[in-house]
Ligand binder design. Structure first.
Ligand code: ATP
Ligand code: MG
Length: 415
């Protein structure tokens, strides 16, 4: 059922392929084709172009093996990858991911690594299309012939803005449970519908996400936070009983907690859509705060707030159980929380500000603080007090002096 469309037929402006961003991949495809290797631009880039979105990266797929690719691009090529081997090809200042067509290997035939099969079996272009997750992600663009090749009726789905899993959804989720998060994340980001069968298969398979490596989940959530549609993505995850993958206790949020989380997500997206860049730590600091806010408020009312309590609350809210949140992100979250305590001291005790209010760290902490104000958790007059203190004291806080480098211990010992 292979179908070939011309770019013109699809209403795709060829000038897109001459853009600075697309050119390196186009050059690589040309060179591979000159050496008689079938090659295309594939994946998210083709999908985004057809949907009128500017792609993040232009991946290339080819019939050439990693060794052949390396021989063609010599020093500009580096073979990488654990799950499957692919090649990073340098083209000017850009780096393009080039992979060899491969086929889907049924679960029974392979060992799973981190919940994902190690599928390194090469295949035909048609097989490569079929191993991909969704039809709109399986299109192949030939920038030389100026065509798009469609093995899976993906063009129809692009036109209908419909996300369809290739093959049986339950089987494909079982092979790789991350596909469940991907389909919801992309439905939100691309503003597309998901076919009902693909949605129905999610809740029964949700527990399979437990075997997924933290780094893969981390990557998916990092993409979600900076997609401009995190709110919708999380709503879809909640409706489809996948929220626990993001947050272990996420399924149990009570009404006002959910309002808080939703508000955090909305501000996150507003910031991104306004040209800003979001930090996963801020979003998580806000989301988890929803779980601890009542206890913190109580503690503050009784004058019992402390940084120790913040750590206790974090543990109770399940932050430590959240496997995919890295230690680094956890420490950022705690830092944002500790600032809430410092703000409290400034407001209540009139303590002097001992940090620069315009530092990146404080700005992140203020994002949570503002959310708390909006939710009536912090009275507006307290915010006014803090703002004033920050404005007045800021002038007095010395800028961090550039740290003088201490001699390394080894050097010291040699003295
Ligand atoms: P984004 O634009 O958010 O990066 P993407 O679809 O491009 O989304 P990538 O992770 O960059 O996501 O993947 C590139 C392509 O690889 C996808 O378009 C899809 O064809 C294929 N792919 C990625 N992840 C999977 C998966 N888990 N199962 C099957 N195919 C996948
Ligand atoms: Mg991509």
């Amino acid at each position: 059922m292979k179908k070939t469309y011309t770019l013109r037929e699809l209403g795709l402006d060829e000038a897109m392929l001459a853009s600075e961003h697309a050119r390196p991949s186009v050059e690589i495809v040309k060179k591979l084709q000159q050496r008689k290797h079938e090659s295309y631009i594939v994946g998210g880039a083709v999908r985004d172009l057809l949907l009128g979105i500017s792609p993040k990266d232009y991946d290339v797929a080819t019939s050439a093996t990693p060794e052949e690719i390396r021989r063609i691009f010599r020093r500009g090529a580096r073979i990488i990858g654990r799950r499957f081997r692919l090649v990073h090809v340098r083209q000017g200042r850009a780096m393009v991911e080039v992979s060899t067509f491969r086929r889907r290997t049924p679960k029974a035939e392979t060992e799973t690594v981190g919940g994902l099969q190690a599928d390194n079996t090469y295949g035909s272009p048609a097989q490569d299309a079929l191993r991909r997750d969704m039809t709109i992600n399986a299109l192949m663009l030939d920038p030389v012939a100026k065509t798009v090749i469609d093995h899976v009726r993906g063009i129809d789905d692009i036109r209908d803005r419909l996300l369809r899993v290739i093959g049986d959804p339950a089987t494909r989720y079982d092979e790789d449970p991350v596909r469940m998060i991907r389909i919801l994340r992309l439905a939100a980001k691309l503003n597309c519908e998901v076919e009902p069968a693909a949605l129905r298969a999610i809740a029964p398979a949700a527990d399979k996400l437990e075997v997924i490596s933290s780094s893969r989940l981390f990557e998916e959530f990092k993409k979600t936070v900076n997609s401009g549609a995190a709110y919708k993505a999380f709503e879809l995850m909640r409706k489809n009983k996948l929220m626990h993958a993001a947050m272990p206790d996420g399924e149990k949020l009570r009404r006002e907690q959910l309002q808080f989380v939703r508000d955090a997500l909305r501000s996150n997206d507003e910031k991104f859509n306004g040209g800003g860049r979001n930090s996963l730590s801020v979003l998580l600091a806000c989301m988890y705060w929803s779980l601890v806010a009542p206890r913190w408020r109580e503690a503050c009312a009784g004058g019992e707030e402390s940084t120790d309590l913040l750590y206790e609350m974090a543990a109770e809210a399940g932050l430590n159980r959240n496997q995919w949140v890295t230690r680094m992100v956890k420490s950022h979250i705690m830092n944002i929380w500790e600032y809430q305590y410092r703000f409290e001291r400034i407001i209540k005790d009139g303590r002097k500000v001992r940090f620069r209010p315009d530092s990146y760290e404080v700005k992140k902490a203020l994002e949570l603080f503002e959310l708390r104000v909006r939710h009536g958790e912090v009275p507006a007059e307290d915010k006014a007090t803090l703002d004033q203190a920050l404005a007045v004291d800021a002038a007095d806080v010395p800028r961090k002096r550039p740290r003088r480098r201490r001699p390394r211990r080894r050097a010291a010992a040699a003295e």
